[in-house]
Write a protein that binds this ligand. Structure first.
Ligand SMILES: [Zn+2]
Length: 272
């Protein structure tokens, strides 16, 4: 009888305006994601943020939503999204990120030589152009599978000090897993870049569609080829400690409209 009463109560409640994806993904902070509703027109609106194309999907088969990546460098306040010529505003809140102090024996990884600085610059340009790709396909799933099963060891956005000197904040999420663990693609995608970089070590970029891009680094082994299409769960490579790493772990970046955002959002593990 009580169950029936509860069911009736649920049915009597008005339909919730927010859908499943909005509840999961809308974390509008620097390094987070803003979900902006775009109406229920017959065709997908075209949206841009800071001059870059933005992911647009249909939520619950009803309304269009823009899923906007917010760069870590954005100050809290009002932001503007352009959708089919209209200016839509959304608000970015504040978030405090923790600090992490790391000691590296290899001083070259803290203050690289001029030759290595040249190499780093070249490698950065290559990776930046991969993040700027915008392919038209809609991602197979926005609720991602975890690429590996294991505890989180370092969160996204942590301010990092190497041997006491501040460097770029942590642009991804680390999992503590043993070397050799297979890394699985969290959604279907295409391999758009493979590299062996000074900081990131052996690295694979996977394009999930519409500017949603995963990057896995410090790999011991790469199991894919450039241009390869991966199914959801397809093995990208193996966990390792190549590049600037203090030990084997899996580092995963997620990028949306060329903004590196917190991967924890996409696996339901976001901490405000
Ligand atoms: Zn990391």
């Amino acid at each position: 009888m009580r169950l029936l009463a509860t069911l009736l109560l649920c049915l009597a409640l008005p339909a919730h305006a927010e859908g499943f994806l909005t509840r999961l993904l809308d974390k509008p902070v620097p390094g987070g994601v803003a979900v902006v509703p775009l109406g229920d027109g017959p065709v997908a609106p075209k949206a841009r943020y800071q001059g870059k194309p933005v992911l647009v999907v249909k939520e619950d088969g009803k309304r269009w939503i823009a899923v906007v990546g917010i760069p870590l460098s954005i100050k809290p306040g009002s932001q503007t999204l352009e959708a089919d010529g209209r200016q839509l505003s959304f608000t970015v809140g504040a978030k405090r990120y923790k600090e992490q102090h790391i000691t590296l024996k290899n001083k070259e990884q803290v203050n690289p030589s001029p030759a290595n600085l040249k190499r780093i610059e070249r490698e950065l340009a290559e990776q930046t152009s991969a993040y700027r790709l915008f392919s038209p396909g809609t991602p197979s799933n926005l609720l991602f599978d975890k690429p590996v099963n294991g505890p989180l060891s370092s969160r996204f956005g942590v301010r990092r000090f190497f041997n006491g000197e501040e460097r770029n904040p942590h642009a991804g999420l680390d999992f503590a897993v043993p070397a050799g663990t297979p890394i699985k693609s969290p959604a279907a995608g295409k391999v758009i870049l493979i590299g062996d970089y000074f900081f990131n070590g052996r690295t694979v970029f996977v394009d999930h569609g519409q500017g949603l891009i995963s990057m896995f680094c410090h790999l011991s082994k790469v199991d894919v080829q450039l241009g390869q299409q991966l199914p959801r769960g397809g093995v990208v490579g193996r966990v390792g400690a190549t590049g600037r790493a203090t030990g084997p772990h899996m580092h995963w970046n997620v990028s949306l409209n060329d903004a590196r955002v917190d991967p924890a959002i996409f696996i339901g593990a976001f901490e405000p």
